[in-house]
Design a binder for this molecule. Sequence first.
Ligand SMILES: Cc1cc2nc3c(=O)[nH]c(=O)nc-3n(C[C@H](O)[C@H](O)[C@H](O)COP(=O)(O)OP(=O)(O)OC[C@H]3O[C@@H](n4cnc5c(N)ncnc54)[C@H](O)[C@@H]3O)c2cc1C
Length: 578
Amino acid sequence: GLLTSPDQLSTSEYDYIIVGGGTAGSVLANRLSEDEDSKILVIEAGSSDFRNLAIEGPQNAPRLINSQFDWNFTTVNVSGLNGRSLPYERGFVLGGSSSINFMAYTRGSRDDFDRWANVTGDDQWTWDSLHPYMLKLERFTRATDGHDPTGELNVSLHGTTGPVGFSAANMLLPTDDRVINATSQVDGFPFNLDYNSGDTLGIGWFQATVADGSRTSSAKAYLAPSLFRPNVDVLVHTLVTRVVQTDTQDGVPVLKGVEFAQSAGSQVSSLNATREVILSAGAVKTPQILMLSGIGDNATLAEFGIETIVDSPDVGQNLQDQPLVTNQFTVNSTDTLDVMRMNTTFAAEQQALWNSSRTGILSLAPSSQVGWLRLPDNSSIFQNITDPSAGPTSAHYEFIFTDGFVSFVSEFPGGNFFTIFAVVVSPTSRGNITLNSTDPFDAPIINPNFYDTEFDIFTIREAIKAARTFMAAPSWDGWIEDEFGAFKAAVTDEQIEQYARNTSDTINHVSCTASMGKTGSTGRGSGVLNSDLTVKGTIGLRVVDASAFPFIPAAHTQVPVYILAERASDIIRNITSV
Ligand SMILES: Cc1cc2nc3c(=O)[nH]c(=O)nc-3n(C[C@H](O)[C@H](O)[C@H](O)COP(=O)(O)OP(=O)(O)OC[C@H]3O[C@@H](n4cnc5c(N)ncnc54)[C@H](O)[C@@H]3O)c2cc1C
């Protein structure tokens, strides 16, 4: 059942204690509780309010930033962003970041997963091994306006019975044809019917975790159904403060205990799992919990007076995230989604329509098309830098097309706009998560370290130029008026670089802060986890969330988390075929 206080725990005999009821944690709760004999406890710091209408409404996603459903983290002053600090959103509610994200539904490329298998030396992480899970987890749903999705995705590539409902465009916009037609008018931007085929490259229709006009979160897809089972308890408003050693076996520490509290001054409770503790607290909090529990770099832990249980120098290191720039154009039209911000009567009508039938503009995902693109093979950057992408099916940069004005640095100026996001999706910069204090209620120090490398700056610059090339296609003639604001002013390479440093934000894909490496290998750079996601040097402790990625996929990260968590559930249950 759903519990709001530790006093309500019905038993102290849980087989699995899952830390975090977010994207991955909800998958685990559901799959592990399929075994009626297993008792599962999920401990979640945030609230149970994942059915709140603010979360359910797809077009409301921007308003969840800095809301009660967000941890409201901020980064350090990032030197590659000319010293700016960014808000760093993470979901603080059941479903975790899947409850507040922008819903892009992207599996990643064949090469992304084959690289995971390669660096871990474990074939279970190849695209082919994971493909059954991709089908198992998803459920394709039709558009809310009933239109035929032919031409928007390849339905035959998709699952139709899984828990995660997704869709292509819920209604059509006047800009859709312009984007799609431009793909046949300029070289280098081919149409791709379905970037979830394994080959991501090209421009195509956005698929989103929106079903029947509402957001699909992991809480809705996985956790809510499991709550009907007698063997699942979910305790909300409770922070796990650390994992504790309960035993030693053959000299190896057993970490099957957790401590938790409801607020900074309140009583700390503790429980031991009979089988294992699984950290699914996300790529910001999982490394913090590990360090507070004595698993981290020996010297760093000593500075904070934390006794080292496992000297694991990679904890919190290797942070990978993707920076983005929003580039706006003014348009010769009064029919863009900007109208929702300028015409309150129209906005109220759309709200009423969504409230009554979950249709209309508010059922749309934040974008209707997206593109996955590579730098040309003969780019000058490759003279001295090896291609950091996972391979030929993986992009270096992404476009996200938006019918309206989007900026993370300037206010909406009024008027009608079109925005192309440019995103570096195969970054070589590496950031980190470090401790700020030994207080578990304190946020850790977050440094995404954007644009630390020449490759990342080169790529964003070329992506912004490529956006200009794409938008010069004939299909935009008479509709696009002009570039806008700081984008327009950025002309020379140096100006474009400064424009990127001054306006970039995060796409919120923080990953890889407790990553998998080759099983058994130790020392700096060999990873925090074995390839079965157990924490190296421990017994009884696993990490299952975006921290575990060895490389960030050239994709949005929620589906890779779903895939990882589905696979992890079978590893834990010893199930070898899907
Ligand atoms: C604003 C935003 C937009 C995004 N847009 C997209 C998108 O469009 N498409 C996409 O694919 N991905 C997107 N992402 C990324 C994607 O949502 C995440 O990569 C993914 O959801 C991470 O899953 P996770 O399980 O690793 O962590 P989370 O889902 O964040 O789960 C972690 C959970 O652990 C809880 N927790 C943390 N610490 C503790 C503790 N000490 N004790 C108890 N509980 C704790 C948290 O409250 C949270 O519920 C976006 C993310 C954000 C924030």
